[in-house]
Design a protein around this ligand. Structure first.
Ligand SMILES: Cc1cc2nc3c(=O)[nH]c(=O)nc-3n(C[C@H](O)[C@H](O)[C@H](O)COP(=O)(O)OP(=O)(O)OC[C@H]3O[C@@H](n4cnc5c(N)ncnc54)[C@H](O)[C@@H]3O)c2cc1C
Length: 535
């Protein structure tokens, strides 16, 4: 394969010949997705499962290998469950709930944290799995459907945007062509060609630091017996003045990450003879391993001003970028995906107004800002910019093993959580007195429930359509499907529903409204607001 020689390949795909070039029926299309990364594929699968015909343009004709995301957060697993691939990921991935922080040469952690403080939910806090498996599972689910057209080796080279459609120029081995689409979902990654062609800004901060990733495979005995915890070091003896990170992945592959500073020879540091001492420094002189992939990355925190530009909607890395610390890149992009997919579905079916799409911009801007804020703070803690900041950081680390109150200041990457949509135009504010439970704009929390005497999970039952979640015997009158929960203690507790309660849940399992005693009129009004009809 001559194209993209620098990109390692996991699975090759057959380059596609577009119907535009083979005389088949052509657009205008209702929507076209650009990009076959996790975000483009997730949107594609969500919309395909909702019954839409999906056209996806992929510049590559392969799934890339290399070292990209590995940490999949609970909220993404919940989304993957709704897409039908959650269980497969869970079975392949390494479950991860515990993180440990080390300082200098001390073999005991200065601090340990739990990724899933609320137990008794279907999914763990995180799993770790190579990004190419995520893409592969999404793709296999898409390939099993007959309403999906994935065009491998069809890269977008230009775009012309009108008020209610866009025309894409596409290059492929079989020839160049144009296609017109009512909506374009630009999921074409951090160097988004579409963003550039439209002359849109991508403001933010570049961090002057280099990180070496050594993905290695343990080849010696007892490889699988190492704990699947995340270990993070500040200023360890094997990487003085820097930080280091260790993660377990499936197939006995481990990710080692070393902070190397700004002025380095990027080609020299990835030579096996230079990586090996770092690996042995971290894991012990006698460790037996083989190289999977070595690379150096730098990072930036940036975002577009707006994610919706008429018919063109940006999602994932094309819209916002963060550092890998905190695992907020793909997880944040997947929150974009679930947010835009149900809204576009309803707009295309004409069951919600076009203005609903604007609320994607409002809600996901909150997500991007939160992710960028956390990512920047972690980086500032990990790489103090002056002596004062370094003295503060070291004092925090020194005191943290003894004093609990300083531990919240330690920041090795605040790990990805769903962003609550405070003040979303789609939410109806509480009027009743609540002592707990997810507020409007917050994600639903999982709980074990009974389903005709079987053990089941609440989130699973809520599915991916608007639903009414009712606790107690007499569900209010409504046209919406109702999930009724009886005396399941944990669910009742988590939703503050001891004396009955009703929640209106969106397709992305965000609470739209809730009542202690709901009326038909209140539910109808909240539903209209939640689909963008009352802003
Ligand atoms: C070292 C590292 C570790 C990371 N770890 C994590 C982690 O643990 N957890 C996490 O959540 N995130 C992590 N991330 C971030 C994560 O990898 C990205 O956020 C994620 O890949 C974004 O997905 P995407 O689909 O938006 O973009 P991409 O994955 O970049 O996909 C973009 C796709 O668009 C295609 N494309 C580009 N241009 C065109 C065009 N003109 N026409 C057609 N197709 C085009 C590309 O071929 C590609 O397939 C990490 C990143 C790095 C670098």
């Amino acid at each position: 394969m001559a194209r993209y020689p620098d990109i390692p390949k996991y699975k090759l795909k057959q380059a596609s010949v577009a119907p535009e070039l083979s005389g088949g029926g052509v657009g205008p299309y209702p929507f076209v997705i650009v990009g076959s990364g996790p975000i483009g594929l997730a949107i594609a699968l969500d919309l395909a499962r909702k019954g839409h015909h999906v056209t996806l343009l992929a510049a590559f004709d392969f799934i890339a290998r290399g070292s990209k995301s590995i940490c999949v957060a609970k909220q993404s697993l919940d989304f993957f469950d709704r897409l039908g691939i959650g269980q497969r990921l869970l079975e392949k991935g390494v479950i991860w709930n515990v993180g440990k922080l080390f300082w200098q040469g001390n073999p005991d952690p200065v601090y340990q944290f739990d990724m899933l403080p609320v137990r008794n939910q279907k999914n763990p806090g995180f799993i770790k799995i190579q990004q190419y498996y995520v893409e592969e599972y999404l793709l296999e689910a898409l390939e099993a459907m007959d309403n999906v057209d994935i065009r491998w080796g069809n890269g977008v080279t230009g775009i012309e945007v009108n008020s209610d459609s866009a025309t894409l120029s596409v290059a492929s081995d079989a020839g160049d062509y144009q296609l017109e689409s009512r909506f374009v979902l630009a999921c074409d990654g951090s160097n988004s060609h579409i963003r550039e062609a439209m002359g849109l800004s991508f403001e933010g901060r570049v961090f002057e630091d280099n990180f070496l990733i050594a993905d290695i495979k343990f080849t010696g005995p007892n490889a699988e017996r190492r704990p699947s915890e995340r270990w993070f070091w500040f200023d360890p003896p094997f990487c003085p003045g820097g930080t280091a990170l260790l993660h377990k992945q499936p197939d006995s592959v481990w990710r080692l990450d070393f902070q190397l500073g700004w002025n380095i020879d990027r080609e020299a540091v990835i030579k096996p003879e230079n990586v090996e001492p770092l690996v042995r420094g971290m894991l012990g002189a006698n460790v037996e391993f083989a190289q999977e992939w070595y690379s150096v990355y730098t990072f930036q925190c940036r975002r577009m001003d707006r994610f919706v530009h008429g018919p063109v909607i940006f999602a994932g890395d094309s819209a916002h970028l963060v550092s890998p610390f905190g695992a907020r890149g793909a997880n944040g992009g997947l929150s974009d995906a679930e947010n835009i997919a149900w809204k576009l579905d309803m707009v295309l079916r004409q069951t919600a107004p076009l203005s609903l799409l604007e609320t994607y911009d409002v809600e996901r801007a909150m997500g991007a800002d939160e992710n960028i804020l956390n990512s920047s703070r972690s980086t500032d803690f990990m790489t103090p910019k002056n002596e004062q900041s370094r003295a503060f950081r070291n004092a925090v680390l020194e005191l943290s093993s003894e004093h609990e109150f300083v531990r919240p200041f330690i920041n090795s990457g605040r790990l990805s959580m769903p962003t609550p949509y405070h003040g979303s135009p789609l939410s109806t504010a509480d009027v009743d007195d609540w002592k707990g439970g997810p507020q409007p704009g917050h994600p639903c929390v999982d709980a074990p429930v009974h389903d005709t005497d079987k053990h089941a999970w609440l989130l699973r039952q809520l599915g991916d359509q608007f639903k009414l979640l009712h606790f107690g015997p007499n569900a209010p009158e409504t046209e919406l499907p109702v999930i009724q929960v009886g005396d399941d203690e944990v669910a009742v507790e988590r939703y503050d529903a001891r004396y009955g309660a009703t929640y209106l849940i969106r397709p992305d399992q965000v609470v739209a409204a809730r009542w202690k005693r709901a009326s038909h009129a209140a539910i109808s009004e909240a539903y209209q607001r939640a689909i963008g009809n009352r802003q």
